[in-house]
Design a protein around this ligand. Structure first.
Ligand code: SF4
Length: 419
């Protein structure tokens, strides 16, 4: 029987002259052993790559070079077309390249759901042809489908099988679909999920469905605590921005392990990267942030209106995006704490808000535009929800995540700085 496929209704796609954004991402493009063997055996590839590039390839990652303050795939030509594709055809490319911007996750109903990266301008702007005729071809190119985790854990160690954790996630979706704007909605979701976890029978590893229903009802009955506001980002929000957005600033964004270098890394570059993080921590200084055409004076960001704690077109767009993230199910692909999923959605909202406001500040505008928010959603995909996995987090970010999961006032502080 043919595999059932689904995608976001009305979504379109056609690769266009964007130009080659997917070949210039500051992220690892992982390739399989067959690709490595094929490339290694090809004289043209060996000529094209220096020793260092071949060594990076051996690690199962596409090597990149630094051009115009950014990284680009070592096979991307100066005309921004893929040298491998021009020479050998599309079928020769690694699967990740052939399938981009598509990924696939098998959902709880055994339907394969397309996961489309919002970093791709065609997906972001809904440009091109309807997807129905393209899905099977892209699935064949991708070759693999992610699966949802069979269980998630509460912070107290109860293991919730898929049907139970999805019942909780249904409530998140309803809250995001309600009148509450994204940041107050996420605060509600965080509090309600914690209250649900606390209401489950203590000490058991598994609980019956009736106990889940009772704990959900108990969590829903409590009085919600309104989200406050802060004049400036909290200390923890600054660490989040320094780590996630600071790494998208130049030169931090080119200091990746897959970069080929003509000269050894300099201490000066490391110092400037540290300077980027310091600027984000202090909220002062000027940074060169990816996808922002002008330098960003971080001190100006506070003059840009916040937009995710009140109703408005951009707030609704972000709520819609967070619902899409839940619907495409990739966020449930790893077994982990259920609250960690809530945290991912919340950090994504904070990052979207801060990035969009930075982009407006760089243009000396006092309000974000639809374009700022579109780019910001792509950035959330890049640093949190689609292209980067938790396994790439350093110890600092892992500790910070744990703190935000277990200390509600610290978590609220992150949202309040953008509310
Ligand atoms: S980012 Fe999208 S539109 Fe741009 S080259 Fe890649 S697939 Fe095509």
């Amino acid at each position: 029987m043919a595999e059932k496929l689904s995608t976001h209704p009305g979504q379109r796609f056609e690769c266009r002259d964007c130009p080659a954004r997917c070949c210039r991402l500051p992220a690892s493009v992982v390739i399989d052993r067959d690709d490595v063997a094929r490339f290694r055996a090809e004289p043209w590839v060996r000529e094209r790559l220096p020793e260092q590039g071949l060594a990076i390839l051996e690690r199962g990652v596409l090597p990149m070079r630094e051009v115009e303050r950014g990284l680009r795939c070592a096979f991307l030509d100066d005309d921004l077309l893929c040298g491998l594709q021009k020479r050998f055809g599309e079928a020769y490319l690694p699967r990740a390249c052939q399938a981009f911007p598509f990924g696939f996750t098998r959902n709880e109903k055994d339907v394969t759901v397309a996961q489309l990266s919002q970093l791709c301008p065609s997906i972001r702007d809904n440009y091109g042809e309807p997807l129905d005729g393209q899905l099977r071809g892209k699935l064949a190119k991708k070759g693999a489908t992610e699966r949802m985790s069979t269980a998630m854990a509460t912070l107290r160690g109860v293991i919730l099988p898929r049907a139970q954790y999805l019942r909780v996630a249904e409530g998140w979706d309803e809250t995001l679909a309600s009148d509450a704007p994204p940041l107050p909605a996420l605060a509600l979701i965080y509090d309600a999920t914690r209250a649900f976890e606390d209401a489950l029978p203590f000490g058991s590893e598994k609980v019956p469905d009736a106990a889940v229903a009772a704990a959900l009802a108990q969590a829903a009955a409590r009085e919600p605590e309104p989200l406050g506001t802060r004049r400036a980002p909290s200390f923890h929000a600054r660490v989040v921005f320094a780590y996630l957005l600071g790494n998208l600033c130049y030169p931090s964004r080119v200091r990746l392990a897959q970069r080929m270098r003509s000269a050894p890394a300099t201490r000066f570059e490391a110092l400037r990267s540290f300077g980027n993080k310091l600027a984000w921590m202090l909220g002062r200084g000027t940074v060169d942030l990816l996808y922002v055409p002008r330098p960003v004076k971080l001190g100006r960001v506070r003059r840009v209106a916040r937009f995710l704690a009140e109703d408005g077109a951009e707030a609704r767009r972000v709520a819609g995006y967070l619902r899409l993230v839940l619907a495409r199910r990739q966020i449930f692909s790893r077994p982990r704490h259920l609250m960690a999923v809530v945290l991912d959605l919340s950090l994504a909202a904070a990052v979207i808000s801060r990035f969009a406001r930075c982009r407006a500040a760089a243009d000396e505008r006092s309000a974000v535009s639809a374009e700022d928010v579109g780019e910001a959603i792509g950035v959330a995909e890049l640093v949190l929800l689609s292209h980067r996995s938790l396994t790439e987090d350093g110890r600092l970010m892992k500790n910070l995540r744990w703190l935000l999961l277990t200390k509600p006032e610290r978590f609220r502080g992150v949202l309040e700085g953008e509310a």
